[in-house]
Design a protein around this ligand. Structure first.
Ligand code: HEM
Length: 454
């Protein structure tokens, strides 16, 4: 095991003023949690008249995500930020509308459907590996991972339209919309100005409009087509609430295409990008994964049938998401007064579920700064609090795509590592939140084709 310490965000000080906190929230929310949250659990503060409880306590996470789920919807701020980027799909729906959409769309992510999507994931891994092997030298692996995960999500959503679909523009539009809408500005802090139209951010609004139009065109095309593709779009269009038989409107299908791309592409690509960074600095883990592939694949290429057996590959991705959770925090608002342990929450209070510091908490994890995938053996997982590791959120509204994402991440990781080895360069990444946790300046790693190592 090397002494390498994974890069972390520089937090503000424990006694920072409200102004400093607000500036950090606008600049880079991951800097907003002072050291206090890495050694203690909860603090309550009034910020611009709003009572805010920030927590890294797994019991409070459980209460908010699960036990008291019905009285903790998303905060207005989180809602507005996500709506700007994805419209009115499953990610932003609330209350009864969310329940209907969730029950209608859940069957899409059943094991049988996911297994059918695995070949595309494996192909994306092979392409990413070939691209890395062809590039050699110092390579920014972030766009390679982004292209791989976009291919998977767009390909599985819209397989029947894959040849006509403009992947390059879609990728550019997602980037533009995240750059514009992935951070809050000063008007977002006040409820009265939060939904106010702004003269700036036009490029971001146009990017989202482009994505919605592209999605609407695909739906129209599908209605006219004889060809009945079996992809996520077909499943979305056919989705029905099991009791009421109610389906999704065209606008809901359209916004869910944008949502699935928005929620599924960037998150998985960031998980993989940080995974490659950690592996580049831990050659012993590259060797362990190579041994696992040799045992599971028996010298052949990665195939869909192998994915479940590549357990250590999954553990490495899980540990990377502990250190770099793609969604580093979530906000909820209390609809009623409730007491959770010692914490008294009043109706209207905001609870910030600070996932990033919780997953590096000194009292919850042994040597939290150390990259150690063995934390994810079944025994170790069973021995700790279920809600101290929640990169996919947890409880009632857990990420609907988490099994999809894990299968995809393993397929792409195995495909890439089968072809290349990685080493660090002089470049040091820095984590910054733009809805997801991205490395500033990309992720430049030294890449060598694996065959030339032998
Ligand atoms: C490593 C990859 C991923 C991570 C870390 C991740 C994380 C999350 C998190 C934290 C949430 C909760 C958001 C909130 O409560 O505000 C969420 C929700 C969601 N995710 Fe993922 N996600 C990933 C991949 C995916 C994929 C691949 C898809 C689709 C194929 C997807 C679709 C969604 C949707 C639709 C929701 C909203 C679910 C609901 O509210 O009922 N995600 N995800």
């Amino acid at each position: 095991m090397t002494d390498f310490v994974p890069v972390t965000a520089t937090p503000i000080s424990d006694d920072a003023s409200t102004l400093t906190i607000l500036k950090a929230a606008m600049r880079n929310p991951v800097e907003m949690w002072s050291d206090y949250f890495y050694r203690e659990h909860t603090a309550t503060r009034k910020i611009l008249g709003q009572r805010v409880h920030t927590t890294t306590d797994p019991d409070i996470m459980q209460a908010v995500f699960q036990t008291h789920f019905d009285i903790f919807p998303k905060s207005d701020l989180e809602q507005v930020v996500l709506e700007r980027a994805t419209g009115h799909g499953l990610l932003t729906a609330q209350g009864a509308e969310w329940r209907t959409q969730r029950r209608a769309t859940s069957p899409i992510f059943r094991h049988k459907n996911l297994t059918a999507l695995a070949p595309l994931m494996v192909a994306a891994g092979a392409t990413a590996g070939d691209r890395l092997a062809g590039a050699r030298g110092e390579v920014d692996v972030m766009p390679v991972m982004a292209d791989a995960t976009l291919k998977v999500i767009a390909g599985t959503l819209l397989s029947g339209d894959g040849d006509d679909f403009d992947f390059a523009t879609m990728s550019k539009m997602v980037d533009i919309s995240l750059a514009h809408f992935g951070k809050v500005d000063v008007f977002d802090f006040f409820k009265s100005t939060r939904r106010m139209p702004r003269p700036w951010g036009k490029a971001g609004r146009e990017a989202v409009a482009w994505m919605q139009q592209a999605a609407a065109d695909v739906i129209d095309g599908r209605r006219l087509s004889e060809d009945q593709a079996q992809d996520l779009l077909a499943l979305l269009m056919a989705a029905r609430h099991p009791d009421s038989g109610e389906g999704l409107t065209d606008a809901q299908v359209r916004d869910n295409i944008v949502t699935f791309i928005g929620a599924g592409y960037e998150t998985t690509s960031m998980a993989l990008t940080w995974t490659l960074y950690l592996l580049a600095n831990h050659p012993e883990w590259q060797d362990t994964l190579a041994e696992e592939r040799a045992a599971v694949l028996g010298g052949g290429p990665v195939t869909p049938d192998h994915l479940e057996a590549l357990e250590k590959h999954a553990m490495v991705v899980q540990e990377a998401m502990r250190l770099y959770p793609p969604a580093p925090s979530l906000d909820r608002v209390a609809l009623e007064d409730v007491t959770i342990g010692d914490l008294e929450v009043k109706a209207g209070d905001v609870v910030v579920l600070a996932i990033y510091p919780m997953q590096r908490h000194t009292r919850l994890w042994d040597r939290p700064e150390r990259f150690d995938p063995m934390r994810f053996t079944p025994d170790q997982v069973a021995a700790r609090h279920r809600f101290q590791y929640v990169p996919f959120s947890a409880g009632t509204r857990v990420c609907i795509g988490w099994k999809f994402a894990m299968m995809e991440a393993v397929a792409i990781l195995a495909g890439a590592l089968d072809r290349v080895t990685l080493a660090p360069t002089d470049f040091t990444p820095y984590p910054r939140v733009r809805i997801t946790l991205r490395p500033v300046g990309g992720m430049k790693l030294a890449v060598r084709p694996r065959a030339s190592q032998n």
